[in-house]
Design a binder for this molecule. Structure first.
Ligand code: GLV
Ligand code: MG
Length: 326
């Protein structure tokens, strides 16, 4: 290990983060009763410009009046390049900061963007006498944001998660897309011809680089990496495949832009029972070896190294958090 200790952020379950437009108050109760670990009430791109003030009022009212149970609640503010952002932060945190857990900053570009929001939150919390520190989540969804992702990830102790916003990222990088967050028939690898002259074609993941880089930046700073939206909500299998790609790379959860995606995310981002059981057996074998004064640990005839033990510890900790409900 490095001499530098990576401090973990505030732990939370974040398997599914449900997006709910602030301009659609009829959806709030259903979101509160959903199985999503986190709900974010959106003031940004799902809300038309002339609906912004109304959406802000809806969000304040919903934070104060809806029974959200133990759900983690976030509000996505407007971009820091708009004149909506300052009032989003001030109105929402002053009027409903007690129930708010997180502020989500879209289109993050630099570490200074995080610093600016941290400063405002710090002042409002002090002025309002808020006891709980509000966390920050950021959406990496521009070329600038991804270029600066390491500095962004280390910008504030309030930061909890980095999200990959594939839709805006495609717009920013001018990537060609077919379905938000899905693969693209342009992005395939064609093999050389085999003896019969056939050329195999395999689809590849156009988002691999961005997600993998975001995962590394997040984990290097003790943050949760979260994958963003999958646009075609009628395509449950496509959503599942995208979620499986991101869990394989280390993401801890994925957005749902429709309630039908919640259950799939929860399933994919919950470690399978067989893996949890194996992790518990690894830890038990490690304990046993410790009691017997043995240095090397064996399980099922195979030597277990320290990296497998760390993986087992983190899987068991995650399973216990899920069983506790957060
Ligand atoms: C999310 O905000 C995205 O742009 O994908
Ligand atoms: Mg976006």
């Amino acid at each position: 290990m490095s001499f530098k200790v990576v401090e973990p952020c505030t732990p939370r379950l974040n398997r599914c983060e449900l997006a709910v437009p602030g301009s659609s108050p009829q959806m709030f109760e259903k979101a509160a009763r959903s199985k999503a670990d986190v709900v974010f009430l959106d003031l940004e791109d799902a809300v038309a410009p002339d609906e912004k003030p109304k959406a802000r009022r809806n969000v304040v009212q919903a934070l104060n009046e809806v029974d959200w149970g133990r759900k983690t609640l976030s509000v996505r503010i407007n971009g820091l390049d708009t004149h909506y952002a300052y009032r989003d932060i001030i109105d929402v945190v002053e009027q409903a900061g007690k129930r708010l857990d997180l502020v989500m900053i879209p289109k993050i570009g630099t570490a200074a963007d995080v610093y600016a929001v941290d400063m405002l939150l710090t002042q409002i919390e002090a002025a309002m006498g808020l006891k709980k520190r509000i966390g920050i989540e950021v959406i990496v969804e521009t070329a600038l944001g991804l270029a600066n992702v390491e500095a962004i990830a280390g910008a504030s102790r309030r930061l909890e998660s980095l999200h990959f916003g594939v839709a805006d990222f495609s717009a920013s990088t001018r990537a060609r897309t077919v379905n938000i967050g899905g693969p693209n028939p342009l992005y395939v690898v064609m093999a050389d011809a085999d003896v019969a002259g056939n050329r195999a074609v395999s689809w590849a993941d156009p988002w691999h680089y961005a997600v993998a880089r975001l995962v590394v930046a997040a984990r290097a700073n003790g943050l949760r990496p979260i994958d963003g939206p999958y646009g075609d909500f009628r395509d449950g299998e496509g959503y599942r495949a995208a979620a499986r790609r991101s869990v394989a790379l280390g993401c801890e959860g994925k957005w749902a832009i429709h309630p039908s995606q919640i259950e799939i995310a929860n399933e994919v981002f919950t470690p399978p029972a067989s893996e949890i059981e194996k992790a518990r057996r690894i830890l038990a074998a490690m304990d046993q070896a410790g009691r017997e004064g043995k240095g090397a640990v064996q399980l099922d005839g195979k030597l277990i190294d320290l990296a497998s033990i760390r993986q087992a510890q983190s899987m068991v900790a995650q399973a216990e958090a899920i069983a506790r409900g957060g």
